[in-house]
Design a protein around this ligand. Structure first.
Ligand code: FES
Ligand code: FE
Length: 454
């Protein structure tokens, strides 16, 4: 079938151009991918107190992610059990109850139904509609890693830790810098007329676009590159269910390297207690500083160290984002600023500035990137794109062997596979995984009846 051909091409690094703007492909992604993959929706630091909630989506399904009075974080489908109105219309807040705006049914922040207006007159009281045991529909699966909250629409989803696999090793650089972990602020939220896969691929492994797309950012001196850090000597790594890019730093001790990207000693001391010898070796011994990454399907992370203000000093920032599909040609981006919760306040303030300069709706990198992706997406929707196979084979010779061999363990202490220099290894990994999901049909989900009948 057509679909088999598309998937076979993707697996050899030849990408049918229309997958970046195709209704039929999007239908398959909804049905076979987003219905069972783990999707990042937020972080526990966004809902620290009982009653705190945020509203997040997995495709078009809206969920209230709320911390109950018992301290537990739950995700509840944001649809009233009565006639289906969204019970929570705000994006975030603190509430003991949610009251549906349509007819006024109300729910506790753990999802249990408490109030039905005119319960006695309209339903004959508990004899007609028994409230006990009725709750907003819970998300089929919720799991966390280092406070990062993921949902899956598949009740039989594997544990998140298993899904992440060895990528957890790399997630720790972002989310485990001190015993308190990270705290998130935001998200900024905006929509771009671009396919969701493009951003995920770019953050996973596109070191190749930086010198071209982001020339102006380098020219105005926001970035220290290419003075000392060498992008092309960095490596891309893939481990478990995600992969990312690194910069090769100038020689020095672990401490010198972390100071070089702007971390103060108080933070470095904590990192040394949180990271394993292998995690420390990737930076200290091997000299690779973690940069952007993606977790399949649509979570990306950034770690960069631009100059702040007019100073010669650079400062690192961390950002987390999701590429939330709206349609085949539109993506809602949610972009959070993340920082170690124990970082000095002055560091947090400057790191936030560094983030805003680079990413988010005002970020200079963001503007450059999106221009390409919007243009690519609109072109991918036409007739000619159906005849074109894009070349995503960088790093491979014609016979399928790799231009450079993976780094041996003496040069890369991390798990998975890492290659020095430019290559599209990670883009191929992401799309191969995508093809694996798309070719596997899904069983119809069971329906939940809300009868309230005693
Ligand atoms: Fe919510 Fe009727 S739809 S109370
Ligand atoms: Fe970019």
């Amino acid at each position: 079938t057509d679909q088999d051909l598309v998937l076979a091409d993707v697996r050899r690094g030849m990408i049918p151009a229309h997958i970046y703007n195709d209704e039929e492909i999007f239908r398959l992604e909804r049905e076979r991918l987003f219905s069972r993959a783990w999707v990042f929706v937020g972080h526990e630091s966004e809902v620290p107190q009982a009653g705190d909630y945020v509203v997040r989506r997995v495709l078009e399904d809206s969920f209230i992610i709320s911390r109950g009075e018992d301290g537990q974080v739950r995700a509840m489908f944001n649809m009233c059990l009565h006639r289906g109105m969204q019970v929570c219309r705000a994006e975030m807040g603190n509430a003991s109850h949610f009251r549906c705006p349509y007819h006024g049914w109300s729910y506790r922040n753990d999802g249990r139904i408490v109030g039905l207006p005119f319960h006695k007159d309209a339903y004959g009281g508990e004899a007609g509609f028994r409230r006990k045991g009725q709750t907003l529909l819970p998300a089929p699966a919720l799991d966390t890693y280092r406070g990062l909250i993921f949902l899956s629409l598949a009740p039989d989803a594997p544990p998140l830790r298993e899904y992440l696999g060895d990528f957890a090793f790399f997630l720790d650089y972002y989310a485990n810098q001190s015993p308190s972990g990270i705290e998130l602020s935001g998200p900024q939220r905006w929509r771009v007329k671009a396919n969701w896969k493009i951003g995920a691929e770019n953050f996973a492994g596109d070191m190749y676009h930086t010198p071209q797309t982001h020339t102006s950012v380098v020219e105005i001196g926001l970035f220290r590159e290419p003075k000392a850090e060498k992008r092309k000597d960095g490596c891309t790594y893939w481990a478990g269910n995600g992969g990312g890019t690194t910069y090769k730093l100038p020689p020095g001790t672990l401490e010198e390297k972390l100071r070089y990207v702007g971390y103060p000693d108080v933070m470095i001391e904590k990192m040394k207690t949180r990271w394993s010898p292998e995690q420390l070796d990737v930076i200290g011994r091997d000299g690779f500083m973690i940069s952007a990454a993606s977790v399949f399907p649509n979570l990306s992370l950034v770690h960069n160290w631009p100059r702040v203000e007019d100073s010669d000093d650079v400062l690192p920032f961390i950002s987390i984002r999701t590429w939330q599909p709206v349609g085949p040609d539109e993506t809602e981006v949610l972009s959070w600023f993340a920082v170690d919760a124990e970082a000095p306040e002055s560091f947090k303030a400057l790191s936030y500035k560094a983030y805003l300069m680079c990413f988010g709706s005002t970020g200079m990198f963001e503007q450059d990137d999106v221009e390409n992706w919007v243009s690519l997406t609109s072109t991918a929707g036409g007739a000619m794109a159906r005849r074109l196979l894009l070349n995503s084979r960088m790093g491979l010779l014609a016979d399928g062997t790799e231009v450079v061999a993976p780094l041996p363990p003496e040069q890369f202490a991390g798990p998975g596979e890492a290659h020095v220099g430019y290559g599209e290894y990670n883009q191929r990994h992401l799309l191969t995984r995508w093809a694996d999901y798309l070719e596997r049909p899904i069983e119809k989900a069971a329906q939940v009846e809300v009868s309230g009948v005693p």
